[in-house]
Design a protein around this ligand. Structure first.
Ligand code: CAO
Length: 460
């Protein structure tokens, strides 16, 4: 009997992946830790290594196929297996848990955490909490008519912990969401559709729940009437970007605050320093300097390093400072997260940013490397442009967009003009959390730090 090589758990809330490449053929001998397949999830491309040494017996998936976590990708006849008895294998199986059972365990742990969280939660959640133990039974019992109605007091809301978390993050009361799954189960799409309706106040479209968040095809004309066309399917990353950005734009009241930082001196110092460095991994970049300055500012202005928990009427202030950096890659926008920005030296930030941006471009980022951000920076200055208004990366409350620095004439009060290098910055912020004056102060302080590199030494 051969070992089943299964798609392991590849990240929180990731339930399926697309097989990009199968790197072995049937009959090949493979070693433990050798990469057998490359998969693409919603967030990254991941290499999946073999858990055993042996010979590939049967490949069960095709490139391009979407497979759920726990599905068998191939079977491998383990080395020395002929002499191994069934009970011996059974014993081994209990020692080396397959990915599926780890997933089940993770789910169980998440359910337990969720129940614990519900127990700590204030009154609003009590309806769900009381009925939690009967959750699955209730799902079976709901009739189609009951599915349409909001749950009565004492009834549970059928939704997974991750769906509940999403609802909490974006301020949706889950008890008001209409579930379209079996037994009225609420999916992420249901929560997002509800949030969009809430934000727009629009009447409920008849097919909204069944339609994927990014598809407008039902409303599109037949473009081929006017010439040749080609339909290119969205990859997972593009689809997730579309959904997250639409949701953020539709649910967060964005305000954008613009300013310009005089970086003439900073740029001179940066150029002078970089001239003496050959290794690109050590060159001081504009983005690394921004990270350093933001680490300081986010500590000084904790509201900008927070998430709004609208459902529970509270702001979650984070005592850590992890900044996501938008990276332009062939697969689309990816946002690796630089950890503990406020506690790192500029050299450490340079090295971290270089490594993460490189891994993003090679499609090697793990989901973990893209999670837990508290604020985001998007620097398009290397490409060009005089300004843009970035969309907040949910569930964060602010994002900094940076455009290309350009030389401009700046006049003092006496009317004397000087040519200075000005960096256009734009802070996008959630106006439910941050007031305009606070945003203006945050941006001005940032510009002042960037303007005076010498002062920065003392400030940071
Ligand atoms: N103004 C002027 N020049 C800038 C600049 C700015 N704001 N930012 C970078 N540059 C320059 C750099 O100095 C560098 O020039 P030199 O080689 O002469 O020093 C050149 O542009 C290329 O820099 P870079 O883009 O590699 O700079 P970085 O390391 O600071 O940035 C990263 C790293 C990952 C942020 C960047 O490579 C990137 O991917 N940017 C795109 C982000 C994006 O797609 N945002 C949109 C998100 S919404 O769709």
């Amino acid at each position: 009997m051969a070992t089943e090589f299964k798609l392991p758990e590849v990240g929180e809330n990731i339930e399926k992946a697309t097989v990009i490449r199968v790197l072995v053929n049937e009959g090949d001998t493979v070693k433990k830790e050798q990469t057998l397949v490359e998969i693409e999830t919603d967030k990254a491309t991941i290499e999946v290594p073999s858990t055993v040494t042996g010979k590939v017996a049967k490949i069960k998936v095709k490139e391009g196929e979407s497979v759920p976590v726990g599905a068998t990708l191939m079977t491998i006849a383990e080395e020395g297996e002929a002499g191994e008895s069934r009970p011996a294998r059974a014993e081994k199986a209990t020692k080396e848990e397959p990915p599926v059972s780890r997933k089940q365990e993770a789910r169980r742990a998440e359910e337990q955490r969720d129940t614990a969280a519900a127990e700590e939660a204030p009154e609003e959640d009590s309806r769900e909490r009381k009925a939690a133990p009967r959750r699955e039974a209730r799902v079976e019992q709901l009739t189609p008519a009951a599915r349409k109605a909001p749950p009565a007091p004492g009834q549970t809301v059928p939704a997974s912990p991750s769906v509940r978390r999403l609802a909490r993050e974006i301020g949706v009361d889950i008890s008001e969401v209409e579930g379209t799954g079996p037994g009225g189960r609420i999916s992420e799409d249901d929560v997002k559709a509800h949030a969009r309706r809430q934000a727009g106040g629009a009447p409920r479209p008849a097919r909204a729940a069944a339609r994927p968040a990014v598809s407008l095809s039902a409303d599109l004309p037949d473009f081929s009437r006017w010439g040749e066309i080609e339909a290119e399917p969205l990859n997972n990353i593009r689809r997730v970007i579309s959904e997250r950005l639409s949701l953020s734009w539709q649910t967060i009241p964005h305000v954008h605050h613009h300013d310009k930082a005089d970086i003439t001196e900073l740029e001179e110092l940066r150029r002078r320093r970089n001239a003496a460095i050959d290794d690109p991994a050590r060159k001081l970049t504009v983005t690394a300097v921004l990270l350093k300055v933001l680490g300081k500012l986010l500590r000084r202005h904790p509201k900008f390093n927070a998430s709004l928990d609208a459902a529970n009427n509270q702001l979650i202030l984070k005592h850590y400072c992890h900044i996501g950096v938008a990276a332009d890659t062939e697969r689309g926008l990816l946002v690796p997260v630089v950890r503990d920005v406020d506690r790192k030296s500029i050299s450490e930030l340079v090295a971290d940013l270089h490594a993460l941006a490189g891994r993003a471009r090679e499609g090697k980022l793990s989901p973990e490397e893209m999670s837990g951000g508290t604020f985001t920076v998007s620097n398009l200055g290397g490409i060009g442009g005089v300004g843009f208004t970035p969309i907040i990366n949910l569930p964060e409350v602010a994002i900094l967009g940076v455009s290309r620095a350009a030389y401009e004439q700046v006049f003092d009060r006496e009317g004397n003009g000087r040519v200075r290098l000005l960096l256009p910055v734009c802070l996008g912020y959630d106006h439910r959390v941050i007031d305009g004056a606070e945003a203006a102060r945050f941006v001005r302080e940032m510009c002042e730090l960037l303007t005076s590199p010498f002062d920065m030494l003392f400030e940071i």
